[in-house]
Design a protein around this ligand. Structure first.
Ligand code: MN
Length: 259
């Protein structure tokens, strides 16, 4: 268990995967400024949704200052956090990394694809407490950013009161309803959704076939206590995510086979 954060002297780094121009990162900046005067933004120049925890290694990266304490990187969310912590802010590293707010939920299998969650993973690997935040929305409707804006500061404040668990990030999802319709908080586990066929195919202007991967569609029943279920119940979902990926209960059976 790490020491609780001193909120008075909290330096916050913000990143995301929707890119530095996205509306969600502006909402998160507002939230962060309620918690600290020392807020830095280092985010991808282009959208990186689905980039997961990828690292750019085959070309150089540029860190460009676009406003005071505001930078973009021509790379992934992981690149952003790494450059910010190891170079830009190396003399005084952030006390907290916030990633998001993503336009769309990150629940169940999304966690393995999400660049939003990956930015928080990178911070966690670097020993910095990190929270990933995503805003669900209903298909065909506007993203209700006000919901995340209303609930975000309180969720972060409560998490900062915890002794921060090791190798752990928190994954927050705000339900896709107006703030007044939110039915409280749910502490959840990572859920599951059946991965539906989400490929669109067609013929490009030069006559060649193409395939376009769409969003994972909701399918099957949501397990009670899961992040998927919390959003269906219009609750703010809070999931602790542990970065040790070992399936511990399997170790004993495996040892019998190999040792
Ligand atoms: Mn995204």
């Amino acid at each position: 268990m790490a020491e609780p954060i001193n909120r008075d002297k909290c330096r916050i780094l913000i990143s995301n995967d929707d890119g530095i121009r996205s509306p969600g990162i502006q909402v998160l900046e507002k939230i962060a400024r309620e918690l600290s005067d020392d807020v830095w933004v280092v985010a991808p120049e282009q959208e990186q949704s689905g980039a997961s925890h990828s690292l750019t290694t085959r070309r150089p990266l540029r860190l460009t200052e676009v406003a005071p304490r505001r930078y973009w990187v021509d790379g992934t969310p992981t690149d952003c956090v790494l450059l910010a912590v190891k170079r830009l802010l190396r003399d005084k590293p952030p006390d907290l990394v916030l990633s998001g707010i993503n336009g769309g939920s990150n629940v169940g299998e999304d966690l393995t694809y999400s660049g939003t969650v990956a930015a928080a993973m990178e911070a966690t690997l670097l020993g910095i407490p990190a929270i990933a935040l995503s805003q669900d929305y209903r298909e065909g409707e506007e993203v209700p950013w006000q919901t995340g804006e209303a609930y975000g500061p309180e969720v972060i404040r409560r998490l900062l009161h915890l002794p921060w668990p090791e190798h752990t990030l928190f994954n927050i999802n705000f339900p896709g309803v107006a703030a007044e319709e939110v039915g409280g908080y749910a502490v959840t586990k990572q859920g599951k959704r059946a991965i539906a066929d989400n490929l669109t195919e067609g013929i490009d202007p030069r006559g060649r076939p193409y395939y376009w991967i769409g969003p994972i569609r909701e399918a099957g029943n949501a397990e009670p206590g899961s992040d998927v279920c919390a959003l269906l119940d219009n609750k703010v979902s809070i999931t602790p995510i542990y970065l040790d990926l070992t399936n511990v209960p399997v170790l004993a059976a495996l040892r019998k086979v190999f040792e």
